[in-house]
Design a protein around this ligand. Structure first.
Ligand code: FE2
Ligand code: FE2
Length: 139
């Protein structure tokens, strides 16, 4: 694993985080009805987490000598709340996998702090996935 490829992976994570911030903001606006009240609250609180992840990745990429991306990853826009949440669950689970993979790479490269922070971010995303599973169960 070269440092360049590692930075490339972190930039993919960053594009995903920027996309998630925009997706959750969009979905909060599209959450209607009684369930929508709970969803809006959840999306709004998770936007803060995802933006924190994006902030961290941006600083790390710059510190490693890379150029952080500013274009978010594109996402689907299903109409139904259930489809929306299932999409989010799939994306969160993907983020967990990516962070664990990049955490291992950070360890191989000797970036101890980064290894631990990426693991922590994987845990954050796993928590988001659990919350989504709970919501989906009620539908
Ligand atoms: Fe995130
Ligand atoms: Fe998340």
């Amino acid at each position: 694993m070269s440092k360049e490829n590692f930075i490339k992976g972190l930039n993919e994570d960053l594009a995903a985080e920027l996309g998630t911030v925009i997706r959750y903001n969009y979905q909060a606006g599209k959450s209607f009805g009684l369930l929508g009240i709970e969803l809006r609250e959840m999306f709004t609180s998770e936007i803060t987490d995802e933006l924190g992840h994006a902030r961290f990745l941006t600083d790390v990429i710059i510190d490693l000598g890379g150029e952080p991306v500013t274009v978010p990853k594109a996402f689907d826009k299903p109409d139904k709340l259930k489809d929306m949440l299932e999409l989010d669950l799939k994306m969160e689970e993907g983020d967990v996998k990516n962070y664990l993979k990049h955490s291992k790479e950070a360890e191989d490269l000797g970036f101890v702090e980064l290894k631990m922070k990426l693991e922590e971010m994987a845990a954050d995303e796993a928590g988001h996935a659990r919350e989504l599973r709970r919501l989906i169960k009620g539908l």
